[in-house]
Ligand binder design. Structure first.
Ligand SMILES: *Cc1c(COP(=O)(O)O)cnc(C)c1O
Length: 387
């Protein structure tokens, strides 16, 4: 079946009520007919729900759709994107193991690498997003995981998934990709050799700024380790959030199509704006990795990064001038959201560290929403006039 059909028709078996749309199973546990059924279920001879920390029909439906959409063998769903990321490392790594990661990763992922994993003697070496050729020199005999996000947050740089897949294969590493910005609709890392694909479902998968969620999908043997760790440590997605996210997947393709159409139109309009030094959007021919974008992405996504001429002061003025767009930390919402990392999310980092991840003083990230494109463009352009 096609992506759109799979996202809609891949659903739970109907209950005796013959409901059309999957119901919400708000229950912490499930009952057994007799001692034998209970024994067989715990022995995993029977595939059925036991307790919602392990499995629940709503989380199972969400996982089943995500596996179909990413082309994965198995998956497990989490309360947040960060619990998916942490549990993957905790399940797959041992003390003494080493990670090679791109430096441009989500802020909390970077904190796991630098503050927490070292507590268990797991070290990480970083390569710059435009220096993929240095990866091989960072690999040691203890390296187990090659980790990256593409497109990156907030600079919208791209990594060539085919190149990462080839390096991982050659050096026998697990390739773990955070596919949050692209969603499986635009990019499927497993095709390029990814072993585990991670998502914050909080972003475009929910798409309406309502619930937190995360998911890990990939090779069945690796997901089994992640599942066993999670079954014991407890980061499970709630049935209610799973139900919301599974419904959200039904409209992922149409929503992301419109997000991409709006983003491309806005990015094109901003390219000729004199208050802006540069506009970065994967599907603009001016993007430094435009060829990679065409090769591995269906469309350009909903995130644009712009560089204002006036640095920090211009970034703050721009944010204050906006009348409609939201100032918020989320992204991938129906509402257009604008952030200025240098004065907010990344303000405590020394400038040299900011620059290393591509966060310049005038960098503004726009998560383009689903409002009418004229209203989005008008608001952004009027906010740029006085800069
Ligand atoms: C938001 C985000 C995360 C973390 O997800 P949460 O659901 O907020 O825990 C991880 N990676 C990327 C790329 C993100 O944008």
């Amino acid at each position: 079946m096609h992506f759109e059909t799979e996202a809609i028709r891949n659903q739970l078996e109907r209950s005796s009520f013959k409901e059309h749309s999957s119901p919400l199973y708000v229950t912490s546990s499930f009952v057994f007919d007799d001692a034998e059924e209970m024994r067989a279920s715990f022995a995993e001879e029977k595939d059925r729900a036991i307790y919602s920390r392990f499995t629940n029909p709503n989380t199972s439906e969400f996982i089943s759709k995500m596996c179909a959409l990413e082309g994965a063998e198995a998956g497990y769903a989490f309360a947040t994107g960060m619990s998916a990321i942490f549990s993957t490392f905790a399940a797959l790594l041992n003390s003494g193991d080493h990670i090679v990661s791109c430096r441009s990763v989500f802020g909390s992922t970077h904190s796991l690498f630098t503050k927490y994993l070292p507590k268990w003697n797991i070290q990480t070496s970083f390569f710059k997003v435009d220096e993929v050729d240095t990866i091989t020199s960072l690999i040691t005999e203890n390296t187990k995981i090659l980790y990256a996000e593409t497109p990156t947050n907030p600079a919208v740089a791209l990594l060539d998934l085919a190149v990462l897949g080839a390096i991982a294969k050659k050096h026998n590493l697990l390739l773990v990709i955070d596919n949050c910005f692209a969603t499986p609709y635009l990019q499927q890392p497993i095709k390029y050799g990814a072993d585990v694909v991670l998502h914050s479902a909080t972003k475009l998968i929910d798409g309406q700024g309502r619930v937190l969620g995360g998911v890990a999908v990939g090779r069945a043997d690796l997901i089994r380790e992640i599942y066993l760790f999670s079954r014991n440590s407890g980061p499970a997605l709630s049935p209610f959030n799973a139900w919301i996210l599974s419904k959200s997947l039904e409209t992922l393709a149409v929503r992301v199509d419109k997000h991409c159409e709006n983003a491309l139109q806005l990015a094109t309009a901003l390219e000729s704006n004199t208050a802006i030094k540069t506009v970065k959007y994967p599907f603009l021919p001016s993007h430094p990795q435009y060829e990679i974008a065409l090769q591995q992405m269906k469309k350009g996504g909903n995130i644009i990064s712009i560089e204002l001429h006036g640095g920090i002061a211009a970034g703050r003025t721009f944010l204050n001038n906006l009348k409609m767009c939201s100032l918020s930390a989320n992204l991938g919402d129906t509402r257009t959201i604008v952030t200025h990392p240098a004065s907010t999310t990344h303000s405590r980092l020394p400038e040299s560290d900011r620059l290393e991840t591509g966060i310049t003083e005038g960098l503004v990230r726009i998560s383009v929403g689903l409002e009418h494109i004229e209203d989005i463009t008008n608001d952004i352009e009027q906010a740029l006039v006085t800069l």
